[in-house]
Design a protein around this ligand. Structure first.
Ligand SMILES: NC(=O)c1ccc[n+]([C@@H]2O[C@H](COP(=O)([O-])OP(=O)(O)OC[C@H]3O[C@@H](n4cnc5c(N)ncnc54)[C@H](O)[C@@H]3O)[C@@H](O)[C@H]2O)c1
Ligand SMILES: N[C@@H](CC=O)C(=O)O
Length: 498
């Protein structure tokens, strides 16, 4: 294995965006115990660089720094915080190309998708910079004589953020921009697979004038760091994006300090196609909804449920289109699918396909002898999937799509809801009665009708059931980081009481 650090730094217009340290209290920090971990390019398995694994005392030092910095950050006027966030937004946009290169190298997604994620991530910073100016309280008609009642919104306090590797930049900004705008300091623990995007964001936050101690990036053994963050009573809120398995652990670990929790967890999206749809149009949409980020997307359309009258034609169109997808290194040329994050993800995908085939599914595509490297997985369509198969029950997080036919709306609603997850569902039909019926009956936090794209800063993103708690983005996304303080101003003499 070769070390790419020097090559990567040379590839960037601004090599200072590539940092191999943690960022605590405005300083680039080594691990005091000398422990470190390599970070790999999933397309080649080359080492991109190394990160320090911080010791427990260093994590606590990050909390001390955030605690000290909180006083001044919360005291700024909202428009002053807005100015800094807009400066951060401008810097992210100005450095889009470098940020995308770093992301493709550590995550593997095709460069155009990485550029798209940088824009997407930046859009949350601009949105929340403005929303911070609108954290209104309310006036309450008083039931107490001579009193005035109302509420004000205050920052919740220090927020810990634990984020995944599939969207290494946007999953940070969607949380951090909201918390910063609300007046909270943040401590981010990114996934160890993709730390460099987070560290580049820290460099840009510093340049934007976000003070020391307000935006920290800690690195370490994930279980070790998370335990410390959860046990710390000065950390008042924990915002996590990742698997339902780890989300459950964090709920347990945060119980002792009774933290405010925002959890964006796994998904297992159904993609429902009505009998009135053009099979080709619907199949192409399903391809987009399934294979972005090589299927490693919480919104990936895993279970495609097609009306029996158009099922065969849909499968034909889907298969042809899938066969034309290009798989390769995201840095090179026009690529549709990059690698999976590591070898274990490839093994998990293969096991899910084997399980389905052994239980009667038919496999289309998926000739793994054509995979351009050991972390790549050629896309697979499984037809005739049933609820007994892993491809139905588990979030596969790979380019593996399962299809089955249904005959009635009631049947497809039952199929779609037959999962512990409830993040997003897609519905393709032009029949307004069917749209309404499905939209109301689907047990999902988000339902997208005739559109693959559903996310962005103005919308409340989040799931029901075991897909999570709370919403990110939108007008309510900032509430995750605000407390409502009720006040009663009594004995006001002549106050009317109303
Ligand atoms: N709902 C959403 O908005 C959304 C968005 C992106 C990803 N996701 C979900 O994220 C998952 C994929 O990401 P992932 O593999 O990085 O998830 P993951 O749960 O394995 O890891 C997420 C984060 O938790 C940390 N972590 C891992 N093990 C831990 C432990 N034992 N204790 C504490 N922290 C630990 C990781 O280092 C990482 O920072 C999928 O389930 C996907 O659906 C959800
Ligand atoms: N695609 C999602 C991230 C899920 O993995 C988003 O847009 O937020």
């Amino acid at each position: 294995m070769t070390t790419l650090s020097t090559t990567l730094a040379k590839r960037l217009e601004d090599s200072r965006l590539f940092r191999q340290y943690a960022y605590v209290n405005g300083k680039w920090t080594h691990g005091e115990g000398g422990r470190e971990e390599a970070v790999y390019d999933p397309a080649t398995n080359d080492t991109i660089g190394h990160i320090p694994l911080l010791e427990a005392a260093q994590i606590t030092a990050a909390v001390d720094a955030a605690d000290a910095a909180f006083v001044q950050w919360r005291a700024l006027r909202a428009d002053e915080r807005c100015e800094r966030l807009l400066a951060w937004y401008d810097l992210i946009q100005a450095n889009r190309e470098d940020l995308a290169t770093i992301m493709t190298l550590e995550q593997g997604k095709p460069l155009p998708d990485a550029r798209g994620e940088v824009e997407y991530g930046a859009s949350f910073v601009r949105w929340f910079a403005e929303e911070g100016k609108r954290t209104y309280g309310e006036t309450i008609p008083s039931h107490i004589p001579n009193a005035s009642l109302g509420t004000i919104k205050e920052p919740v306090g220090i927020v810990a953020m634990i984020t995944p590797w599939n969207f290494p930049l946007a999953m940070i900004t969607r949380k951090a921009a909201a918390a910063l705008a609300a007046g909270c300091p943040v401590i981010v623990k990114p996934a160890n697979e993709t730390p460099f995007s987070a560290l580049a964001l820290a460099e840009l936050a510093e340049r934007a004038g976000i003070p020391a101690g307000i935006f920290n990036v800690v690195l370490g053994d994930p279980a070790e760091v998370s335990k410390i963050l959860c046990a710390e009573s000065r950390i008042r809120a924990l915002s996590f994006t990742g698997s339902t398995r780890v989300g459950r652990l964090l709920i347990e670990q945060s119980a002792h300090t009774v933290k405010r929790l925002s959890l964006e967890l796994g998904g297992n999206a159904p993609f429902i196609v009505g009998p009135d749809m053009d099979p080709k149009q619907a199949a192409y949409a399903a391809i987009d909804a399934k294979f972005q980020t090589a299927g490693q997307d919480c919104l990936a359309a895993n279970r495609i449920l097609v009306h029996e009258s158009i099922h065969d034609e849909f499968v034909e169109q889907f298969s042809q289109r899938m066969a034309a997808l290009t798989v390769g290194n995201g840095l090179h040329g026009e690529i549709d699918l990059g690698p999976l994050i590591h070898r274990q993800a490839v093994e998990k995908a293969a096991a899910i396909v084997d399980d389905a085939v052994s239980k009667g599914a038919t496999m289309i595509g998926g000739d793994q002898s054509k995979a351009p490297g050991e972390n790549f997985f050629m896309p697979v369509l499984l037809t005739g999937v049933t609820a007994k198969m892993k491809v139905w029950r588990e979030e596969n997080f790979a380019p593996v799509a399962g299809i089955t036919a249904y005959s009635t709306d009631d049947e497809v609603i039952e199929m779609a809801n037959d999962t512990e997850y409830g993040l997003a569902a897609y519905v393709y039909t032009h029949d307004i009665r069917r749209i309404w019926k499905l939209m109301r009956a689907l047990e999902y936090g988000m339902v997208s009708v005739n559109s693959v794209k559903m996310t962005g800063p103005p919308v409340p993103f989040g799931g029901v059931k075991q897909s999570g708690l709370g919403r990110e983005g939108g007008a309510t996304g900032i509430d995750e980081y605000l407390e409502t303080k009720y006040y009663c101003l009594g004995a006001l003499g002549s106050a009317s009481g109303s």
